[in-house]
Ligand binder design. Structure first.
Ligand code: HEM
Ligand SMILES: *[C@@H]1O[C@H](CO)[C@@H](O)[C@H](O)[C@H]1NC(C)=O
Ligand SMILES: *[C@@H]1O[C@H](CO)[C@@H](O)[C@H](O)[C@H]1NC(C)=O
Length: 561
């Protein structure tokens, strides 16, 4: 009897808790839907909105028209292309497009014009939305520049800026060339004999190894050997990727994921942290005592370490505090995180565009012949640049190729949190209330916007070389935003540009890199997905966060005669 009563009581308790969860869920949903309704009542442009489902039906339509692994950034371009369907009175998307796709995400607004984007990145530097910091917490406990805000960010960001400047990175050019030469050599080794193409492989694997090694050189001047050591050892790279995998499992009530990491996964997070810590700490200690690296070059880390004096409690002491060292380590991991797949994916999309626009590839080759000498051997170009590093900054066409790649394939964009009562005023002169809407700079929409970019969907490196007054001249400030804008922009832009240029210089004249989907399908067998295409292309943008190329971009390589 007592037993039954207890079970009943327990069941009632569980039912009550479930009811509370459901009611809270419904209440949140109602609040989201109501907020958008009230904006509509104020006469603001709103996508067709269902009181039950918000904008989910539009998002569902986008998903249905695309392969299941499509990246959400393609939604921005898709919406811009279908503007007339959803905003019949508009020629272009409104400056702010409110999105109500709760419970997939909280409230977000796509900001699609450069005037409005500059208001929260340049004029005011608003904080990032807190999901970014929550996601990144296991990696650095919030000790890094990517996710901290306020005074800590203001103190630490300038400490890293000098090391990432073009001038100071140029001093490290020989070291970086060494890593990119290995990349060029690996590509050559997988090329076919004579006229033949070699076997198919995902280019992204090789570019990721490269970017890892380059960051090791630029930040610490150490060799991480990601490119050369393919064994399954407990390398920094392997530990790092395992950590990212574990970070991706996280509590997210908006998405209905409540459990988060299991205890054994938490233990793995701690173990990975220890492994990375034990690897990076001695590297820092070695360079803390400046006499031990005399004669070597100043890296990003060395230039940041100088501030140990200003941070020391009595001003004279050279021993850093634990916190100082922890922040250095956190920022090294952050460089690896923010710099590896961004640059690696950009190399892939750049190769894709050069394949599709062979006349541009010819122009690049001509530029390299003219500036670096007609000997196309990568070893020769490497030698010329090692003695005259500044020549890398005299390749305007190559830089145009890079900027145009990042215009057509932006990989990420900043999302900022507005303070209460915040407004944006668009180029359309409409005043948009932004309370509680994440401010999502829409790089994909802005960078293909027909008002700012003539022939917006064409790959035209020339537009970066013409002078003011030419119809192709990119005349609108802040309409190119792949590295975000303002003081909180990407610290690694110069490093990325340098690495991308070196990749072009050391591969364009000797290799032909081509997508190889039929070989890939044979290799993948039943696991291949030939029906997945976007605009007729097998290579499309995938990933749940940063944009990655589909299947890592399967290619094969041929030697150029
Ligand atoms: C093509 C390559 C790259 C692209 C497209 C890119 C893009 C971006 C973007 C859009 C942001 C702003 C993120 C936000 O506001 O949430 C950012 C920030 C950042 N990036 Fe990059 N990035 C690239 C390469 C690199 C490299 C090579 C490094 C370092 C080695 C790096 C380090 C950082 C850091 C530390 C931040 C945070 C800066 C701060 O908050 O103060 N990035 N990047
Ligand atoms: C990683 O481990 C070190 C040493 O045990 C510790 O000082 C640090 O706070 C840990 N960091 C993270 C992100 O857990
Ligand atoms: C390069 O580093 C030095 C410190 O060694 C610094 O004084 C200088 O400002 C840096 N250069 C740039 C362009 O940031």
């Amino acid at each position: 009897m007592a037993m039954t009563a207890m079970i009943l009581l327990l069941l009632r308790g569980v039912a009550a808790i479930l009811a509370i969860i459901v009611v809270r869920f419904l209440y949140h949903g109602y609040a989201h839907r109501r907020a958008v309704r009230s904006l509509k009542a104020q006469g603001l442009p709103i996508l067709p909105h269902s009181i039950l489902f918000g904008h989910l039906p539009i998002f569902a339509k986008f998903k249905k028209a695309h392969p299941p692994d499509i990246n959400v950034y393609v939604f921005h371009t898709w919406l811009a292309e279908n503007c007339k369907t959803y905003f019949p009175d508009h020629d272009y998307l409104p400056s702010v497009v409110y999105l109500d796709i709760w419970p997939l995400t909280g409230s977000l607004a796509m900001v699609t014009d450069p005037v409005a984007v500059s208001q929260f990145t340049i004029a005011k530097n608003e904080p990032k939305v807190d999901v970014v910091a929550k996601f990144f917490h296991p990696m650095t406990l919030g000790l890094d520049t990517l996710t901290t805000e306020g005074q800590i960010w203001k103190t630490w960001r300038p400490r890293f800026n000098p090391g990432f400047s073009q001038r100071n990175l140029t001093a490290l050019m020989p070291e970086i060339i060494e890593e990119v030469s290995i990349f060029a050599d690996r590509l050559k080794q997988v090329a076919g004999k004579g006229d033949e193409s070699g076997p198919v492989f995902p280019l992204m694997d090789m570019t990721t190894d490269l970017t890892f090694d380059v960051i090791g050189r630029a930040t610490l001047d150490i060799r991480l050997h990601s490119q050369t050591d393919q064994s399954d050892s407990d390398s920094l790279k392997k530990t790092f990727f395992d950590q990212i995998r574990l970070m991706e499992i996280f509590e997210n009530i908006a998405q209905g994921v409540i459990i988060g990491r299991w205890p054994w996964q938490q233990a793995a997070v701690a173990r990975n942290n220890r492994t990375m810590h034990n690897f990076l700490l001695p590297q820092i200690q070695k360079r803390l005592h400046s006499d031990s690296w005399i004669g070597q070059k100043a890296t990003v880390l060395d230039l940041a370490i100088k501030h140990v004096d200003t941070d020391a409690p009595d001003g004279s002491q050279k021993e850093p505090t634990l916190e100082f060292v922890d922040r250095l380590i956190a920022n090294l991991k952050t460089s690896l995180f923010a710099g590896h797949d961004t640059t690696a994916a950009t190399i892939c999309f750049m190769m894709k565009l050069l394949q599709d626009y062979p006349e541009c590839l010819e122009k690049i080759r001509a530029e390299h012949d003219a500036v670096l000498g007609i000997n196309p051997d990568p070893a020769h170009a490497a030698q010329v640049l090692t003695t005259s590093p500044h020549l890398l900054h005299s390749l305007p066409y190559s830089l145009g190729v890079i900027k145009e790649t990042l215009r057509l394939y932006p990989l990420a964009a900043t999302v900022r949190q507005p303070p209460p009562g915040y407004y944006l005023t668009g180029a359309d002169s409409v005043k948009y209330p932004m309370d509680r809407f994440g401010l999502w700079a829409s790089a994909p929409a802005i960078q293909r916007h027909p008002r700012y970019w003539p022939r917006p969907n064409e790959f035209l490196p020339e537009r970066w070389m013409v002078s003011e007054g030419d119809p192709l001249y990119p005349a609108t400030p802040n309409s190119w935003i792949p590295f975000s804008l303002g003081p909180r922009n990407c610290i690694g832009m110069e490093l990325a540009h340098m690495e991308l240029k070196l990749v072009l210089v050391l591969t364009a004249r000797t290799l032909e890199i081509q997508e190889a989907w039929s070989e890939w399908d044979v290799l993948k067998g039943a696991k291949s997905t030939p029906s997945h295409t976007v605009d007729g292309q097998r290579l499309y943008q995938i990933g749940t966060g940063l944009v990655h190329p589909k299947d890592g971009m399967p290619v094969h390589v041929r030697l150029r005669k």
